[in-house]
Design a protein around this ligand. Structure first.
Ligand SMILES: CC(C)(COP(=O)(O)OP(=O)(O)OC[C@H]1O[C@@H](n2cnc3c(N)ncnc32)[C@H](O)[C@@H]1OP(=O)(O)O)[C@@H](O)C(=O)NCCC(=O)NCCS
Length: 199
């Protein structure tokens, strides 16, 4: 099954399909070592954004069936995806990354997350989503909790970052919990119905 990835908007954020000419928007993000650490990358493997890397990001996102860029104030500031969508068991993995450090901790990522969750549960009719997050990534864990994710398990010492072992937290969210905890998802549903499908 292949559903078109829609453009969805909240008050401060739009998520949309990547554009093939979008390389320079990713290049403008430059990269940030602290954000990369939240993905489990060490200082010595950190590479600042290059035009080649930005082009590779555009290709990866355009080849992906359920990937969006996150726009805030008409600038691309990150990406979000539903990975490993399994329509048999109606589940997927969720991923998000705000790549502009000036946009962290302002509710922008959580708003983008809710748009994707709305799409996952109301349009794709998924039953559950899971995320893997490093235990030291307190901001992401709090953001997931705000959307209804709960801690389901912990993989001990699953990541070696800057020479130290860190645990991975496995969090999950069921469709019924999303609906119960986030009744405002219904208003996003109205936005989504009006949203244009990207071309
Ligand atoms: C994770 C992410 C999507 C969250 O989006 P966001 O818009 O920055 O998050 P919000 O501002 O809505 O919420 C952050 C919450 O964490 C809290 N927080 C921030 N820093 C914190 C810290 N160091 N310790 C504990 N809580 C923290 C904030 O107080 C807020 O909670 P509150 O609303 O209850 O006060 C975004 O920060 C991001 O993309 N980060 C970089 C990449 C990343 O970590 N991706 C996830 C990998 S699994």
């Amino acid at each position: 099954m292949q559903l078109a990835v829609p453009t969805l908007s909240g008050p401060n954020v739009t998520i949309r399909r990547v554009r093939l000419d979008g390389r320079d928007q990713f290049f403008a993000l430059k990269g940030d070592p602290e954000i990369h650490k939240m993905f489990g990358r060490s200082r010595d493997t950190y590479l600042a954004m290059t035009r080649e890397a930005a082009g590779a990001m555009v290709k990866r996102l355009s080849d992906h069936p359920f990937a969006w860029v996150i726009e805030h104030g008409s600038r691309v500031i990150g990406e979000t995806r539903l990975d490993r969508v399994d329509m048999q068991d109606r589940r997927a993995s969720f991923a998000i990354g705000i790549l502009d450090p000036t946009c962290l901790g302002k509710g922008i990522g959580t708003e983008a997350m809710r748009l994707v969750l709305h799409f996952a549960f109301d349009r794709l009719k998924l039953h559950r989503l899971s995320v893997r997050v490093l235990a030291y990534n307190h901001r992401a864990i709090r953001s997931y909790e705000k959307c209804g994710f709960v801690l389901e398990g912990r993989e001990r010492e699953a990541a070696l970052v800057n020479g130290e072992w860190h645990d991975d937290c496995i969090m999950g969210l069921l469709d019924r919990d999303f609906r119960r905890l986030l009744p405002e998802a219904l208003s996003m549903s109205a936005t989504g119905q009006n949203a244009k499908h990207s071309t």
